[in-house]
Design a protein around this ligand. Structure first.
Ligand SMILES: COc1nc(N)nc2c1ncn2[C@H]1C[C@H](O)[C@@H](COP(=O)(O)OP(=O)(O)OP(=O)(O)O)O1
Length: 171
């Protein structure tokens, strides 16, 4: 792992975004992303935060748009700070929920995929996911900071529980 060239003490992601992971009966609701950043990868539903929108409002809207479902009582579990090389830096708020309304439905943006937690397809996902998603699915809150060159992760730091939450830019 290379040294990190980013001064995280002054870092501010230009692109605020969200992700949602709905968990039920040992499975997590993932998507095949059909457009946008990470098109073709497996991820959680989510997307960019619109001007004036809160992270919570965004993650609910994105689930409605991408899968026609409404998560109930989402809980913020983490922040992801992505220093990117070829697109603006991304500040992503990550939520989980155990309940939702509606039926996960394929749209032009996403195909829903219920996946057993032990079968999560890491090789089809962003590289950072393996360093925080397992911990989050065990109930741990986190702050993950990552440096990417294109789609390759160059550096990572993940802090869990109080050490991570105390670093969040938005509580
Ligand atoms: C760099 O590593 C990443 N890892 C993970 N796990 N997720 C990432 C990474 N980079 C971006 N993401 C996520 C964050 C957002 O959920 C999406 C990006 O937003 P998107 O381009 O899908 O935004 P939309 O508003 O839905 O876009 P359009 O409606 O314009 O298609 O990826």
């Amino acid at each position: 792992m290379e040294d990190c060239s980013v001064d995280w003490s002054v870092w501010q992601g230009e692109m605020p975004a969200t992700l949602m992971f709905i968990v039920r009966d040992g499975e997590v609701l993932l998507i095949e992303k059909l457009r946008g950043i990470g098109m073709g990868k497996i991820n959680g539903p989510g997307g960019k935060i619109d001007p004036g929108e809160t992270p919570l409002e965004c993650v609910i809207r994105e689930c409605q748009e991408e899968l026609h479902i409404t998560p109930i009582k989402p809980v913020k579990m983490g922040e992801l700070w992505f220093a990117m090389s070829d697109i603006p830096d991304i500040h992503c708020h990550v939520f989980t929920a155990t309940e939702f309304e509606g039926t996960p439905t394929a749209t032009e943006e996403a195909v829903p995929i219920w996946t057993k937690i032990e079968d999560i397809p890491w090789d089809k996902m962003w590289e950072d996911d393996a360093h925080w998603l397992p911990q989050m699915l065990e109930g741990q809150k986190f702050l993950g900071r990552f440096l990417f060159e294109g789609e390759r992760m160059q550096w990572r730091d993940v802090q869990l529980e109080d050490a991570g939450v105390s670093g969040w830019l938005i509580s």
